[in-house]
Design a protein around this ligand. Structure first.
Ligand SMILES: *Cc1c(COP(=O)(O)O)cnc(C)c1O
Length: 389
């Protein structure tokens, strides 16, 4: 059997991945073994591995509770329900994010209100949050863009005394921290994604972590059709009786996914270190060049989901890099510019000028733990060639 020359590909025979991706999971034999064990066990879902994964993640970020669900998007949706968001409410969301951050507001019948971001960091701008706050604002969702935590202190000041929630969309930032604490403890509730491009992979998967037992309880109900007790509780109490008390969904995570998650969590610190080292290598290489990385706030530890730079002639640079097998990406098209939002909400260009301008200039470079130093150098060389040519 011919071995694949590209180490980031797991295949032995032929590699279909001819391009260095911007992000990719890191799976080893321990992960495969962990999944195998669940496959041989009694429970593929609603078993003991899901709560074990929840405990692992909650403990890692210093939160009291974790509730695993089927995706980051499901976690956002469940969090909206836990905060009782519904028709007539407004929820403030940054314009520069993945569509799911705003979609979850629409799922509830409420209205997402787009907030602009800070130019240097792409993080939600607390001043603009204050400006767009109304009597209908039910809460604020901050996105820890690229892995850097938002200015949660400033956001807390805006909502203080206003009876509004703070939700962290931390799908980029598991393992990140600021001087006040770890991601997972900085907002009223925090949402993670375990999509393969994120720091911890379960295939699909997500989690809500919180210190509020009522929020955790609500998410547990919501992921299970709105049923007020879970199967394992009923088994313990030897009863068949259950009540559906609200309209929920089947957003459960399987034990197969949770086993992979537990195994991945053991390696998270190493993953984060490697991501930070790659980012440092990029930083050093681009210093003083026309390639400008995002800025870091003081006293933050980024979880480095993405390495985002601004480059001149972005579209040409993008095309060139793709043509030489470097899988750059653009994160993100501002949500209010998507056709659905334009049509459905009557929003469009001009609403969040900083995000719109940034969208023309940004590029995400490959960043994942299995990248070798040589790959990083190759990306740097090609990026420099592209911006200079
Ligand atoms: C990945 C991501 C999501 C959605 O997570 P899924 O697990 O893919 O559903 C939501 N918000 C942000 C900012 C993300 O990056």
């Amino acid at each position: 059997m011919k071995s694949c020359a590209r180490y980031w590909c797991n295949k032995d025979s032929h590699c279909k991945m001819s391009i260095l991706p911007y992000g990719r999971q890191c799976i080893d034999e321990d992960d495969i073994q962990a999944v195998n064990e669940v496959l041989r066990s009694d429970f593929l879902t609603t078993g003991p591995t899901v709560p074990a994964f929840e405990k692992t993640v909650a403990r890692f970020c210093g939160a009291k509770e974790g509730v695993a669900v089927s995706s980051g998007t499901a976690a956002l949706h469940a969090a909206m329900a836990a905060f009782d968001v519904g028709p007539g409410d407004e929820v403030l969301v940054p314009a520069m994010t993945f569509a799911a951050t705003a979609n979850c507001v629409l799922y509830t019948g409420a209205t997402p209100v787009f907030v602009d971001v800070c130019r240097e960091t792409m993080l939600i701008d607390p001043t603009d949050v204050r400006r767009r706050f109304t009597s209908r604002t039910k809460g604020v969702v901050g996105v820890d863009y690229a892995g850097q935590p938002c200015d949660w202190n400033a956001l807390r000041e805006v909502v203080d005394g206003r009876d509004a929630f703070l939700l962290a969309d931390a799908c980029h930032s598991i393992g990140g921290a600021v001087s006040e604490g770890t991601v997972g403890t900085l907002a009223d509730a925090t949402v993670f994604s375990f999509h393969p491009v994120k720091q911890v992979a379960t295939g699909e998967g997500g989690m809500v972590v919180t210190d509020e037992p009522a929020i955790a309880e609500s998410v547990r109900r919501f992921r299970n059709h709105g049923i007020s007790t879970e199967l394992r509780q009923r088994e313990k109490a030897a009863t068949w009786y259950y009540e559906m008390v609200e309209l929920g969904f089947n957003y459960r995570m399987t034990d197969i996914q949770a086993a992979l998650g537990i195994s991945q969590m053991r390696k998270l610190s190493g993953f984060l270190e490697r991501r930070a080292a790659i980012a440092k290598q990029y930083d050093a290489a681009f210093a003083g060049s026309p390639v400008s990385p995002l800025e870091m706030r003081t006293d933050v530890n980024s979880a480095w989901h993405l390495y985002v730079v601004r480059v001149p002639h972005r579209d040409e640079v993008f095309s060139y890099l793709r043509s030489v097998g470097i899988g750059v990406q653009v994160h993100y098209i501002p949500v209010h510019l998507h056709p659905y939002y334009r049509k459905q909400m009557g929003v469009g260009p001009g609403l969040c000028p900083v995000a719109e301008q940034a969208y023309e200039e940004i590029l995400s470079l490959p960043l994942f733990p299995a990248m070798k130093d040589d790959d990083v150098s190759r990306v740097v060389d090609e990026v420099m060639k592209a911006v200079e040519g």
